[in-house]
Design a protein around this ligand. Structure first.
Ligand SMILES: CC(C)(COP(=O)(O)OP(=O)(O)OC[C@H]1O[C@@H](n2cnc3c(N)ncnc32)[C@H](O)[C@@H]1OP(=O)(O)O)[C@@H](O)C(=O)NCCC(=O)NCCS
Length: 202
């Protein structure tokens, strides 16, 4: 159950999108917070410094880049150990879905069954995630991505817009998958792959 009053970590366009998703669910957005908080309003919502987040507030992250996301979450937790992260699920999911904390599933996604999603994960608009897929913490799934059955996506992975990962593929931690790639075999941690079929471009 989502809370009624939420602060958003991030103040860019993804934050504006997330604010709209939350408003559509009847949630009041209290502020946008980042490292550059200027005390100005954005879309009539205050923009504050991440170090000035009030205690006892529910937060959601709206930052794609996994390494920046990791840094901001650590910063928030260091300064405010009472903070809670909540999720924003805008898509229907038909089967068993196991979610960590702070997961955004944007509109137009299809998730089938027996899917595990870690914490601080964003699955952006129009993605298809098939049965038995696992997506670990801090990963960002760009718009229009397809991930087929049994594939495992590691921590801090960035999957570019429109990419496809075929079934039973293992993607290591901190991998970058280029826009439009078709990943047909396992990718080791830290690699960058692109193209059809996807090959290392590192
Ligand atoms: C894969 C990616 C990260 C590579 O970025 P980069 O490290 O800066 O690499 P470069 O742009 O220098 O490109 C290196 C080579 O890979 C090729 N390449 C880059 N991206 C590619 C892609 N998506 N598909 C195929 N080839 C690609 C380039 O043409 C270049 O080839 P060349 O050496 O023969 O000229 C980036 O191009 C990409 O696709 N990012 C995804 C962005 C995205 O989807 N954002 C969504 C936000 S919501």
């Amino acid at each position: 159950m989502i809370s009624r009053n939420v602060g958003i970590i991030g103040a860019g366009r993804m934050a504006a999108e997330t604010a709209n998703y939350l408003k559509a669910q009847g949630v009041q957005v209290s502020f946008f917070a980042d490292e550059y908080g200027k005390g100005q309003e954005k879309d009539n919502i205050p923009h504050i410094d991440i170090l000035r987040i009030p205690r006892d507030i529910d937060l959601i992250i709206a930052v794609g880049d996994p390494s920046l996301k990791k840094k901001l979450v650590a910063l928030v937790r260091k300064n405010n150990n009472k903070v809670r992260f909540i999720s924003c699920i805008c898509s229907e999911a038909s089967g068993k879905i196991y979610l960590g904390d702070d997961v955004t599933i944007a509109p137009g996604c299809n998730l089938t069954t027996d899917i595990k999603v870690g914490s601080h994960v964003i699955i952006n608009i129009g993605c298809n995630i098939s049965h038995d897929v696992e997506i670990e913490d801090f990963t960002y799934v760009s718009p229009g991505v397809n991930i087929a059955g049994y594939s495992k996506i590691g921590k801090g992975v960035m999957i570019g817009v429109g990419a496809t990962v075929i079934d039973r593929v293992k993607i290591g931690d901190n991998v970058i998958i280029g826009a439009g790639a078709v990943v047909i075999k396992d990718v080791p941690s830290g690699d960058t792959v692109a193209g059809v079929p996807a090959r290392s471009i590192k």
